[in-house]
Design a binder for this molecule. Sequence first.
Ligand code: PLP
Length: 397
Amino acid sequence: MNPFANIKARFQLPSGMIYLDGNSLGPVIKGVEKTAARVIEAEWGQKLIGAWNGADWINLPSRVGDQIAPLIGAQPGSVMVGDSLSIKVYQAVAAALRQRPERRVILSDTGNFPTDLYITSGLLSRLGNDYELKLVAPAAIADSLDESVAAMLLTEVDYRTGRRHDMAELTSRAHAVGALALWDLAHSAGAFPVQVSESRVDFAFGCTYKYLNGGPGAPGFIYVSPDLIDEIDPALCGWMGHEAPFEFSTAYRSAGGTGRMRVGTPPVIAMSILETALEIWQGVNLELVREQSVLLSEAFIERVESECSDLLLVSPRNPDQRGSQVSFSHPQGYAVMQALIDQAVVGDFREPDIIRFGFTPLYLDLEEVIQAADILAAIVNENSWDQARFKNRGLVT
Ligand SMILES: *Cc1c(COP(=O)(O)O)cnc(C)c1O
């Protein structure tokens, strides 16, 4: 029995498709098109500029932040929505460096997502030659923390392998050497319970188009510990993060609290869609989501391995060390995934040879997972991926 059957009915899923890519782009939640129509017709259309006050557009970023807060174990008022996750990484790293002006190292791991690393290197290269982005193997993070480290920058769940760091433990190890702990929750928020406050995380950030189903390009979010927020000096001093934007003063004064993490004018239509999409989480028990995610992913691994010996599990075998995705490797992974998609089972491919499957219990049943495993095993066992049409690469893999 799927404990989330009622919630599944609220998703708009193409019939016949088994969707195992909600870790990349969540599906449409029914009703968001009505929200978009309302914002366009009744608010933008009828109220025009008056909607900033009249429809409270101006407070959307903090209002939506308050919807995300309980999903990541954050206090109300400590999460701000806006911009893309890449921008939120920049804000957090820049703020963390200002908090530790005598230190020069940002510590991260080789499994981190490229944008987190690129954004950080770009920032450090502008600060001078003595700054360093130090990358070590994921398992070597704890031992690489020392008093040169200003901030530890990690993504909790590895986007390729699904390997999950111990957030509470590594945060406390970082604090023990005086470093700040910065966590990317792209593959955590909405996937399982997260406890940023209890784990004493300093900064956390994520996107909302993956497990939170906000739609393509939906805005990112940032959490700043309430113990820190009033001390931090924002690097992106946009007018919306000013204490009084409509004073139009020539000098920047940061807003109090999380307001200072705002930058410019929010994308009102996209953010309104996100606000509606997040309503689905009301009353959802994230512990149960996690339990069901483990059940689905364990069933998938067991079925694939029992039917097919040519796929190698690259995710940790112990579910406690995984997020909500499972990855296998195959030398022709790209073609295998294309052949799978051709049969309406959608996952994705990551270089060099990884096929990746996301488990999203709110709209995925056990029967679908078993069926997907059977189709995958047949494609590999029968070499039906070995066709020219499955080897053409699109711009997006
Ligand atoms: C998806 C993802 C991103 C994407 O960043 P955008 O700015 O939203 O494009 C960044 N970091 C991680 C870890 C991701 O998984």
